[in-house]
Every structure is written in structure tokens, then in C-alpha cells.
Design a protein around this ligand. Structure first.
Ligand code: 13P
Length: 291
């Protein structure tokens, strides 16, 4: 298949009531496991690489692998730069063939977020690249393992949640195709029981008029996913859970081994573990059978 527009994927998800899974895939083993899962589950999928993960793999290194997998896959695949913050990374990703950009201006005050996001949309729209913006701030606490710098107490700060009244203004002024929203999810491990503000999510949906995106998918329940999808979430980002689950299984694998362990055995097992984890997620997001 050819690489598929993320805007089209999110429209289909909105119409049919599921969320497209978006996985941060930081190397080729992850990419292969996730694409295998998508083919088995007949699920559309978004493969992404975050600017914060450039220390693990550069865009130049991953782009050809991502593009090749998207071309070869028997299901629709879109390729996204996740949490693009610098203009440098945004432009480079588009140049290398990423067909979607999540521009994260959430650390700026409102007008500056609007200004920067609009600029990205202006360029991306010329190239047919989908843009996701962020309004409100999905936190990244220091102890959550998601390489965050936020103080752990930030998770109680509901003033960072998306303001439903602002959502329409943001979408209209920036022209984004999708909106990442803050309503109680957190990047990384949940330091306490997640409490999603679903009423707020419903009000954001009514105001925004574009598909909504949940960041911080790891650690939520099946019920949380279902209720969020029912209130307009059409894409869910997921990483920490997979990174932890697969590492845990590799630890068990090593502990069980009675003879020498070769790296290539670990590599093949990793791909299988990534595949199983991704397939579970696809079923949780109801994207299985939708490709
Ligand atoms: P988690 O690592 O918490 O699943 O969040 C992933 C994410 O939102 C990437 O943008």
C-alpha cells in the first residue's frame, strides 16, 4: 500500500467509532512488530517518532525504514513526527517523507501557540501533510519514565486541561486537522489512579469540530479508552506500556535461558513481543478489522 493520509485515517475512525493507534517506534524491531500486528489485526496504524526520542534514532535513519514499511504493509499506515517542537525537526520530517506532523506548541501561551502552529499548518498544507496541534498541556512528570521535566505534583493541576471554549478558536485560527487535548491523561507511568474529565472531553468535542487525540495512552483501562473514543478521541498515542512490557518479557526470557543467549534471538523475540503488545492495543482501541 502507499502511505496513507492521517487526516483520512482519523475521519474513518470518527465515522466508525474507534481510535487509530499511534505508536512511538524508535527502531526497526518496534516498527516490524507493530506493522505485523496491524496486518494480523487488519488495523490501520500510525507510526511515529518523537523529537524527544531523536537521541535513540535520527529522523534520517528511521525515515527510509518507516517509508519502506508503510509501502510494503497490507494495511493503511501513516507516518508522523510526534511532539515536533523545533522548526528544524518539523521541516526535516516533511522533507524526509513524514506525511503528518504533531506540532506541540503547548508550552507557549495561547497566542504564541496559535502563531507557531499556524505557521506549521501554512507550510504543511502546501505539501498535503496532516497537522495535529495541542491545546492545554498533557503533563510529563519526572518520575513517570517518559523523560519528562515536570514536577510530579503537576498531575493535580487541572488548570492545564484544555479549555473547551478556546478549542474552536484554536482550530479555526490555526487550521489544524486534529487536536491533542488535556483532560487527565499523563505521559509515562500514572503516579496515581487516572481520573479522566469526560464531561470536559465531550464539551471539547462539541467546540473543536476536528478529530481529537489522546496522549499518554499507557496505563489506562479498557473502560477509559471506550469512554474517550465515545466522546471524540480518534487517535491514541501509546509508548511507555509497550517499552516496559517488552523489556519485562526480555528479562524473563534471559532469566529462563539455560544456555548462551545470542543477540539475534533477543531481537527476534523482541519483534514478537512488540507484535503481541501492539495487537492487544489495537483490540482495546477497536481498530482491529477496520483496515
Ligand atoms: P505514553 O508513553 O504515556 O503511552 O504516551 C505516549 C504519547 O503520548 C506520545 O506522544
Amino acid at each position: 500500500m502507499t502511505i496513507t493520509s492521517m487526516k483520512e485515517l482519523l475521519q474513518d475512525a470518527t465515522t466508525k467509532g474507534y481510535a487509530v493507534p499511534c505508536f512511538n517506534a524508535i527502531n526497526s524491531d518496534m516498527i516490524r512488530g507493530i506493522v505485523q500486528a496491524a496486518e494480523e489485526e487488519q488495523s490501520p496504524v500510525i507510526l511515529c517518532h518523537a523529537e524527544i526520542h531523536l537521541k535513540y534514532s535520527t529522523l534520517e535513519h528511521l525515515a527510509p525504514i518507516l517509508l519502506e514499511e508503510a509501502k510494503r504493509a497490507r494495511v493503511p499506515v501513516s507516518i508522523l513526527l510526534d511532539h515536533g517542537k523545533s522548526f528544524n525537526a518539523v521541516i526535516k520530517a516533511m522533507h524526509l517523507g513524514f506525511n503528518a506532523i504533531m506540532f506541540d506548541g503547548s508550552e507557549y501561551e495561547y497566542e504564541e501557540n496559535v502563531r507557531r502552529t499556524s505557521e506549521v499548518v501554512r507550510i504543511a498544507s502546501q505539501l498535503g501533510v496532516t497537522v495535529e496541534g495541542e491545546l492545554g498541556y498533557v503533563t510529563r512528570p519526572k518520575s513517570g519514565g517518559a523523560e519528562g521535566e515536570d514536577d510530579d505534583t503537576i498531575i493535580d493541576d487541572t488548570s492545564l486541561y484544555t479549555d473547551p471554549a478556546q478549542a474552536r478558536n484554536f482550530v479555526e485560527r490555526t487550521g489544524v486537522d486534529a487536536l491533542a487535548v488535556a483532560f487527565g491523561t499523563v505521559h509515562g507511568i500514572y503516579l496515581k489512579e487516572p481520573q479522566l474529565d469526560l464531561d470536559r472531553l465531550e464539551r471539547i468535542r462539541q467546540s473543536a469540530g476536528v478529530p481529537l487525540v489522546m496522549h499518554g495512552g499507557s496505563g489506562l483501562s479498557q473502560e477509559d479508552f471506550a469512554q474517550s473514543i465515545d466522546r471524540g478521541i480518534a487517535k491514541i498515542n501509546y509508548y511507555t506500556g509497550m517499552a516496559l512490557n517488552v523489556a519485562e518479557r526480555l528479562k524473563e526470557h534471559m532469566a529462563r535461558a539455560e544456555e548462551k543467549v545470542f543477540y539475534h534471538d533477543l531481537m527476534m523475540s523482541s519483534i514478537a513481543y512488540f507484535r503481541e503488545d501492539a495487537a492487544n492495543i489495537m483490540r482495546s482501541f477497536r481498530s482491529n478489522g477496520k483496515a
